[in-house]
Design a protein. Structure first.
Length: 81
């Protein structure tokens, strides 16, 4: 693989990981702040409940942070070559 092609691919991967990480962090915040009975059905709506999905919020937040770390590595690798 040519160096220019590799750095372009890594930059694209980094941008994708930043966007996915941001979306996961937003989902994590929604899980922590919105009660179960107010969530949309695809996110785990539970009727007549005021609890929150703390484990799902934590998992989404951590996955978002892992994506951001991966994006940082991809950006560093794309500049280093």
């Amino acid at each position: 693989m040519v160096t220019g092609e590799r750095s372009g691919w890594l930059r694209t991967l980094g941008i994708a990981l930043v966007i996915i990480g941001l979306a996961l962090l937003i989902v994590g915040v929604v899980y922590f702040t919105v009660p179960l009975d107010k969530l949309p059905s695809f996110m785990g709506h539970v009727a007549n409940s005021t609890r929150h999905h703390k484990k799902r919020g934590l998992a989404a937040g951590l996955a978002g942070l892992v994506c951001w770390v991966g994006a940082a590595v991809a950006f560093v690798q794309s500049r280093g070559r």
